[in-house]
Design a protein around this ligand. Structure first.
Ligand SMILES: O=C(O)[C@H](O)COP(=O)(O)O
Length: 229
């Protein structure tokens, strides 16, 4: 079985401003570019050879993958992109400052959405300009597949589904796979891979730009996981 490397994109311009981002296509901040370079240096210094790369459709994850591969001198590596690795859709909270939302809705409700498992944020209305159906990047998709606001459970369904559809077959070919994605889409995958309960996943935070390595047995059970530092 191959190895899996998960990396959350480097800090974006909205991470720096503490704004809910979700599916909003915000680029890396200068600090995020440095984090992606650092992740690439770690891959190189640990003599890891990446065979294939997967990223979400969002430029902060795509650029992180490109910078990482460039720094690791592996720009030839094939990259595949899927909306199913996108960040959790943050519904009507997208574009809003996190501290202001917290103040407006109270801590309990805020945390039930931000770190709870099955509570979704307030949905976008179908005619909201932030609805992904208005974004040409998603024009090939069925509108009924496009979220207007997701819980972690909703996010987990599409991410884990994609893992089995596209990524597990590469691991089965003994390939070393890089996934560049997002705080919550990676929490959803980590919850699945490490058998973390839906209560315990609330405490799991994924730092930006830190490569997480996973090794497996022949049945795709995780045998070890560690962070490159
Ligand atoms: O979409 C976002 O705002 C971030 O990528 C993740 O946000 P969170 O840590 O507030 O869930």
């Amino acid at each position: 079985m191959g190895k899996l490397i998960l990396v959350r994109h480097g800090k974006s311009l909205w991470n720096v401003k503490n704004v809910f981002t979700g599916w909003t296509d915000i680029d890396l901040a200068a600090e995020g570019i440095e984090e992606a370079k650092n992740a690439g240096e770690l891959i190189k210094s640990n003599l890891i050879n990446i065979d294939i790369c997967f990223s979400s459709y969002l430029k902060r994850a795509i650029r992180t993958a490109w910078i990482l591969l460039d720094t690791a001198e592996m720009m030839h590596v094939d990259c595949r992109y899927s909306w199913k690795l996108n960040e959790r859709h943050y519904g009507d909270w997208q574009g809003k400052n996190k501290d202001e939302v917290l103040k407006a809705v109270g801590e309990e409700y805020f945390l039930s959405i931000r770190r709870g498992y099955d509570t979704a944020p307030p949905s976008l209305s179908t005619n909201d300009e932030r609805n992904p159906k208005f974004d040409p990047n998603y024009k090939a998709l069925d509108v009924s597949d496009l979220p207007l606001g997701e819980s972690l459970k909703d996010t987990s369904k599409r991410v884990v589904n994609y893992f089995f559809e596209a990524i597990a077959p590469e691991l089965a070919k003994d390939r070393t796979v890089l996934i560049s994605a997002h705080g919550n889409s990676l929490r959803a995958l980590i919850e699945y891979l490490e058998h973390i309960s839906s209560e315990e996943i609330a405490k799991v935070e994924v730092a930006t730009g830190v490569p997480h390595m996973y090794e497996f047995d022949g049945k795709l059970n995780v045998t070890s996981h560690y962070q490159l530092k």
